[in-house]
Design a protein around this ligand. Structure first.
Ligand code: TXA
Ligand code: MG
Length: 318
């Protein structure tokens, strides 16, 4: 495919290429080229000490980027790659400091998207790629979202349609004594436990630096409040009576019939909710609303990743 050829040539020339994955779109650069990697940080406005994930064509590339790889890493890779899982492993000495943020570990993943896999295979190397959004903003799940973020600053945006999963990969740290999930994703803890033999814990306060672990992240520009479902109708009426234009993401239907209200019915299925979440937040932003009200999602492990992103979106709005 001609687009892939152009993208590979751009990567080899040290340029940035945005590409689709099953989770969110990535802003990619040759992970072995320090100048190219520096362009990612400049374009995103991302602090230099925030490490990047290196995307690989397949698990056979693991040993080029990591050392002391535990058996469990090969097993989860075999089970879930290509797929929405990033592994944190001890870095190979060749991995650039710009990639690891100077830490002794590196994040690696094989994404499950035909265009990404074709790009990685033809490039035949590691592609460093954060989500293709400006630092702290909502991750992109379509090529149009990437263009909205970067305009002509990123010359090549491979269009692979809307991302199937819709929120970022699960990050599993296998570099320490015990497996830990540093960022929840739609690949859940129970699925990992079946392969690892025990449930990984969630990252504690000594977790390595993960930009997704900053409290404020993934935020729309419109102030977002997360409310218990029962509290939402009252809050909504107060806001509407004050003349505010409000977007609501909650189960059920709009029963107020008020002109300043945009209601998006939340899915009762966590997978569908995650798939549409970032696109809805971007729609609300584009509509020029004054406030976004979101009903707290249901409790439970299946909703953990969605609840995590909503919590950070709300924290980032303060
Ligand atoms: O689904 C995804 O993972 C997407 C797609 C494009 O692959 N990528 C993504 O990248 O979400 P980014 O940069 O937006 O988030 C990657 C997270 C960051 O929070 C970063 O700090 C963390 O991974 N990370 C990378 N290397 C790490 C390391 N060595 N130790 C701990 N965290 C690391
Ligand atoms: Mg990101």
């Amino acid at each position: 495919m001609a687009d892939i050829g152009r993208a590979v040539a751009a990567l080899r020339a040290g340029e940035l290429v945005a590409f689709p994955t099953e989770t969110v779109y990535g802003l990619g650069a040759d992970a072995a080229n320090a100048e190219a990697v520096a362009k990612i940080f400049a374009a995103k406005g991302r602090p230099a000490d925030h490490p990047l994930i290196v995307h690989l064509p397949d698990a056979a590339h693991l040993s080029r980027w990591a050392i002391d790889i535990p058996d469990g890493a090969f097993r989860v890779a075999a089970a879930f790659w290509p797929g929405p899982l990033t592994l944190i492993l001890k870095r190979h000495p060749r991995v650039l400091d710009a990639i690891t943020g100077g830490q002794d570990t590196v994040g690696l993943r094989v994404p499950n998207h035909p265009l990404a896999l074709q790009l990685l295979r033809e490039f035949d190397g590691g592609i460093a790629a954060p989500s293709a959004n400006r630092f702290g903003h909502v991750s992109p799940t379509t090529a149009a979202h990437v263009r909205d973020e970067f305009g002509s600053q990123v010359a090549i945006v491979l269009d692979g349609g809307p991302c199937v999963v819709g929120i970022e990969s699960t990050i599993l740290d296998l570099s320490g004594d015990v497996p830990r999930v540093l960022r929840p994703g739609m690949l859940g803890r129970q699925a990992l436990a079946q392969i690892l033999g025990s449930e990984p814990s969630y990252g504690g306060s000594d977790a390595p630096r993960v930009s997704g672990s900053l409290e404020a992240h993934y935020s729309p520009r419109t102030p977002l409040r997360l409310l218990a479902l029962e509290a939402l109708p009252d809050e909504l009426l107060v806001a509407l009576d004050a003349g505010l234009r409000v977007g609501v993401l909650a189960p059920g239907q709009d029963r107020t019939d008020r002109p300043n209200l945009t209601w998006h019915q939340a899915s009762a299925d966590p997978g569908r909710y995650a798939h549409g979440l970032y696109a809805v937040l971007r729609q609300f932003d584009a509509a020029g609303l004054d406030r976004i009200l979101v009903a707290v999602p249901p409790a439970g492990e299946a909703w953990r990743a969605v609840a995590d992103r909503l919590g950070r979106a709300a924290a980032g709005s303060k």
